[in-house]
Design a protein around this ligand. Structure first.
Ligand SMILES: *Cc1c(COP(=O)(O)O)cnc(C)c1O
Length: 339
């Protein structure tokens, strides 16, 4: 698409030409269908609408300097969507169907893949939901799997710059034995209170603590948290955290760069001791954190005192982006070229 303003692309929805759909009926998946409609026609008693029987994924296709289209660790997203399906009793999307659907959707919308060097990518959103009618609280018998794509710019329009986070303690996005570890819609509805509260107070995202003790760090909005000190990359471990594929990749990169990696409960009492802190996920890759504000105690933790992201976060961010865009050899075997 010539004349498209790729550099000022927001992180939002832009209509593309096609999406793909597949139905699970009579205990089996049907054929993939290509659609050019943005609308779906579902029963008003579908379980996704009443009981939140819905899961999604988020991933990106990257355009390399060589003009080749790259997917990043798609198998991890396929597996996570299966875990999400298991967690709320939906039909699993088989890995080969998942792959066929994402590859088809990306290739059908090739012209929407942002050019190399713009920092933008094609966001891929697979959705799985109960489409069958049910009035009692029980799993649907029919499911719908949709994949659509939309070109996205950097998550933060300010670019790779420190963000401000507020600790929200009067609401939880997930419970210790709830559904925080899977990517299901209900978690995000539950997170909107914290998001709105943080944003109203002038902060970018909320920090959620563990629901039981309100002492250990769970997540930053819809991103994982990490801290760096003494040559160690530390990221929280908790049953209510969504295992981020970005974080998993960063841990491998950090180790490769000679850092020690620890995945363990991280108390907010430790916040004072970190040299760098950040949030990570597919959307922003890494968001360096400049300030964490405890809304209840008024305490502020400050990082990036020169206004710039820390050197370790910057190095990891650059290395991961270079792998994703194909600017550096794919040492970890994370990339699949699809066209
Ligand atoms: C999607 C998501 C993440 C990030 O996961 P990635 O696989 O890195 O994109 C982190 N936390 C939550 C709650 C999420 O929904």
């Amino acid at each position: 698409m010539e004349n498209f303003d790729w550099k000022n692309l927001p992180f939002g929805y832009v209509k593309t030409n096609y999406n793909v759909r597949c139905y699970f009926r009579n205990d089996k998946w049907g054929e993939l269908e290509v659609s050019s409609s943005e609308k779906i026609d579902i029963h008003m008693a579908a379980t996704c609408l009443h009981y939140g029987q819905e899961a999604f994924e988020g991933m990106k296709a990257y355009m390399g300097k060589d003009g080749k289209i790259r997917l990043f660790r798609w198998q991890e997203n396929a597996k996570r969507m299966q875990r999400s399906a298991d967690g709320i009793f939906m039909a699993r999307v088989p890995e080969d169907l998942f792959k066929e659907a994402i590859v088809k959707t990306v290739l059908l919308n090739k012209e929407f893949i942002p050019p190399h060097g713009t920092g933008a990518a094609l966001y891929i959103r697979p959705l799985l939901f109960g489409s069958g009618a049910q009035i009692g609280v029980k799993p649907a018998k029919e499911y719908m799997f949709i994949v659509f794509v939309t070109p996205v710019g950097p998550y933060f329009k300010e670019g790779f710059n420190p963000v401000k986070i507020a600790i929200v303690k009067d609401s939880d996005r997930a419970a210790p034995l709830g559904t925080g570890h899977i990517k299901v819609g209900g978690n995000y509805a539950a997170s909107l209170y914290g998001v709105t509260k943080a944003v109203k107070a002038g902060y970018g995202s909320p920090m959620y603590l563990d629901a039981k003790e309100k002492r250990y760090i769970d997540e930053i909005g819809a991103a994982n948290f990490f801290g760096i000190k003494n040559n160690t990359y530390i990221t929280p471990k908790s049953s209510s955290i969504l295992p981020s594929i970005t974080n998993k990749s960063i841990m491998a990169i950090a180790e490769d760069m000679g850092f020690k990696v620890e995945q363990r409960p991280v108390s907010i009492d430790e916040l004072d001791t970190f040299e760098e802190v950040g949030a990570c996920g597919t959307a922003a890759i890494i968001a360096p954190i400049g300030e964490i504000y405890d809304m209840d105690t008024g305490k502020k933790y400050n990082y990036c005192k020169n206004g710039k992201p820390g050197p370790v976060s910057t190095a990891i961010y650059n290395r991961l982006q270079e792998i994703q865009f194909g600017d550096e050899p794919d040492k970890f075997n994370w990339i699949e070229i699809i066209g």
